[in-house]
Design a protein around this ligand. Sequence first.
Ligand SMILES: NC(=O)c1ccc[n+]([C@@H]2O[C@H](COP(=O)([O-])OP(=O)(O)OC[C@H]3O[C@@H](n4cnc5c(N)ncnc54)[C@H](OP(=O)(O)O)[C@@H]3O)[C@@H](O)[C@H]2O)c1
Length: 280
Amino acid sequence: MSNAKVALVTGATQGLGLALVEGLARRLGPDGTVYLTGRDAARVAEAVAGLPETGARIRGELYDVAEPASAARLAGLLRERHGGVDIVFGNAVMRVGPDDDSAKVIDEYTEVSNFGTTRLLRAFLPLLRDGGRLLVVASSLGTLHHLAPALHGHFDGLSSLDEVDEQVASWRDAIKDGSARAGAWPMFINIPSKIAQVAAVRVLAEQRRAEDARRGILLAAVCPGMMNTPTSGLWWDVSSAALPADAAVPLLDLATGPFNPAHYGLLLRHGHPVPWSPAA
Ligand SMILES: NC(=O)c1ccc[n+]([C@@H]2O[C@H](COP(=O)([O-])OP(=O)(O)OC[C@H]3O[C@@H](n4cnc5c(N)ncnc54)[C@H](OP(=O)(O)O)[C@@H]3O)[C@@H](O)[C@H]2O)c1
C-alpha cells in the first residue's frame, strides 16, 4: 500500500483555491496528487499549466459545485483511481458585489456555497482515509454573533444536513420574495450563507466525532481572514490585505499537520477556534 496522499480543492482556478493547490503540491511531495478543480474546463487547464512543478502531481478536473451530480461523479472517479482521498478543501464561492440584486443571485449563490457544500460533505466524507482532513472554507462572519438572536434557531442545534438544506432553502426563498428584509435577515447574503456552512460542519461533527477521533480525521470550517482577491475587492479596500498564498498557510497547516482533537468540528481562524455563538 502506497503512502502517497491525494488532495482535492474546489474553486481552485484562482484566489485562495489556487494558492491551496500550489501549497498542497509542495507539501505532499512527488508521491502525492492534488486535484485542481473548477467549473470551466479551459480555466482549469490554464490554472494547471500556470503552476510550477514543485512536488505532487497536479491534475485538473471539472467540478462545478453548483451542478447537483458533480460531487458524486468526482467522488466516484477518485474512489476508482485512488481508493479514497486524504485532504478535501471546499472553497468555491460565487463572486457577487454590492450592486448585485440579492433576489436574482441567491439561487446560484446558495447552490455554490451551501447546497454545493452539503453535496461535497455527503460525497467526500465517506471517502476520507484515516488521518484525512475535510475543511470547508467559510469566514469569521459564519457565526451566530452576526445574526439577530431571533434567527439563531434557524442554524443552531440542527441535527442533519437535510435540516441545514431546508433552512438554507427557506432563507433563499425569503430573499427571493423580499420577506427576508422584514424578518431581520442581514442583507449581506454572505453572512447567512457562511453561518449555514459552519452549521453543516457542526451537524456532521456531532454525528462523527467519536469515530473520526479514533481514525484521526479532522472535519472543520476555516476562515482565511481578509484577502486581497477580486471578490473581496468588490466590497472593501483590500490593497493591504493578505495575499492568498499567505492566507493559505494556516489552512495548509491544518490540512497537513498533526491531528488536534481540539480543532474538531469548529470554525478555525489562524489555527484558533472562533466561538459559534454569544452563549459559547
Ligand atoms: N477574499 C476574502 O477576503 C475572503 C474572506 C473570508 C473568506 N473567504 C472565502 O474564501 C474562499 C475563496 O475566496 P476567494 O476570495 O479566493 O474567491 P475568488 O478569488 O473569487 O475565487 C472563487 C473561486 O470559486 C470558483 N467558483 C465559482 N463558482 C463555482 C462553481 N459553481 N463551481 C466550482 N467553482 C466555482 C471560481 O471559479 P472561476 O475562476 O471559474 O470564476 C474561483 O476559482 C471563499 O469560500 C470565500 O468565501 C474569502
